[in-house]
Design a protein around this ligand. Sequence first.
Ligand SMILES: *[C@@H]1O[C@H](CO)[C@@H](O)[C@H](O)[C@H]1NC(C)=O
Length: 400
Amino acid sequence: MRSLISILAGAGLASAWTELHHAPFMNKNIDAIVVPGTYTSHMHTFFGSDAITNVLPTSAELQAGCYTGDNPNDLSVYYTTFTEVPIFRFSTYYTNSFATAAIPQDLAMISGNASATSQSAADHPYNDLEWFCEGSEERETDIAKMPTSTCDQHLQVNLRFPQCVNPDDHSEYDFADESETCPEGMVAIPQLRYRVLYDTKSVAPEGWSGVAPFQLSCSDTPGDGYCFHGDFINGWFEDAAENMLINGGGGYDDGQFIAGEHGDSAIEASCTAVDRDPEGGASDYYTSLEMMADGGELVDPVESESAPEPSTTVETTTPVATPAPATTDTVSTPTQTSSPAPSRTSSRRPSGTASTGYGNKETCTSTTKRSIGQKSKTEAATRALKQALDALDALDALED
Ligand SMILES: *[C@@H]1O[C@H](CO)[C@@H](O)[C@H](O)[C@H]1NC(C)=O
C-alpha cells in the first residue's frame, strides 16, 4: 500500500482510485496490438481476460472470456514483459484524477518501449517506469535499471499508461502534460498503472550485489529494466467504466471497488482461464526465441478474424528441457503447461503479508511446478529452477 500512497501523494491529487489484482494465466510469444496474427513477438505474461489470441479482440470479445482478476466488471486483458522470475503479485491501479471520459470500449494501449536499451530510450516523460526494491526509497541513477543490491522484499516495477485518447480514433493516445492537459483533440480518461512484484528470493536466495541477475525477455542484458513495457486491451464493461469515472464505488482495501452490473464486490471467476490458442505460438521462452529468429515459422499462424481451428500439423512447442512433472496432463489440458507460477504460492513467504484477492486461486495452483520447470536451458536457469522447485516443495510441505 505504501507505494500506492506515494503515487497519489506524488501526483498531488485527491482523486478516486482503485486497485485490482490479477493472476497470470499464460506466457506466450504473441502481441495482438504490435504484431497481430503472428508468433513473432518476444514472450509476454498475460493476466485478466483469457479471450486473447494473436488477433486483436474487441472489448465485447474479452467480456465473453474468463478472468483472473478480482473484479467481475473488468474483463480487460493485461500483458507485460516475460521474466523467468515468478511474479509474486500483479496489480493494476486506475486513478481518475482529472478524467472527463470513461475508458472507451475497444481501447488498446501500449506503454513503455520494448526496444529501449538506455534510460533515455525508456524515458517517456510521464510513464514513470521505475525498478526498485519494494519498500525502499533507493533508486539507481537510471530509474529504469534494476537495483544493484538484494531486495529485502520483492523486486518491483511500476509503469504508467497514457491517460489521453482521441475519442474518434482510439489508436491515438498519449500522456497529459504536467498541467494535466491532454494533447489537442484528446480527452482525459482514468489512468492505468501496472505494478509488478517479482519473487526474486525464490530464484536468488543468496541475493546479489552489482548487476541484478535477472533478464527481461525483451533485453539481452541482465539487470536492464529499460525495455519493460505493458499492453492493455480494455475489457471493462461499459457501465463499470462509467462508474469508475464518476466515483470509483465501494471499498477495496483503502481504494475503491468499481461496481457494475456484473458485481458489487471482489469475486474470483468460477471458470478457469485458459490459453485460447494452445496449438499456436510458444509458451516456452527458448522456443519463443527460436520462433522470433525464424520469423515465427515454427507453427502456422492462426487465421485472423475467426477463432483458430485446431491444427493437426502443428509442431510441438514443448521444450526439450521440460522436466517430468510437466508432462502429466498436457494431453487433456495443454494450456496448463503454459501457465506461469501463480502468485499464491509465494504468499506464504514471511514477507508476503499483503492480502491476496486473486481470481482462480485454486484452479491455477496446480500448474506451478511445471510452468517454472519449462524455462531451464542455461546452467544458470537450471540452477535457479532447482532452487525454485525446492522452495515450492517446501511450500507444498507446509501446505500438507
Ligand atoms: C525506443 O528505443 C529505441 C532503441 O533505443 C529508440 O531508438 C527509440 O527512439 C525509442 N523510442 C522512443 C519513443 O523513445
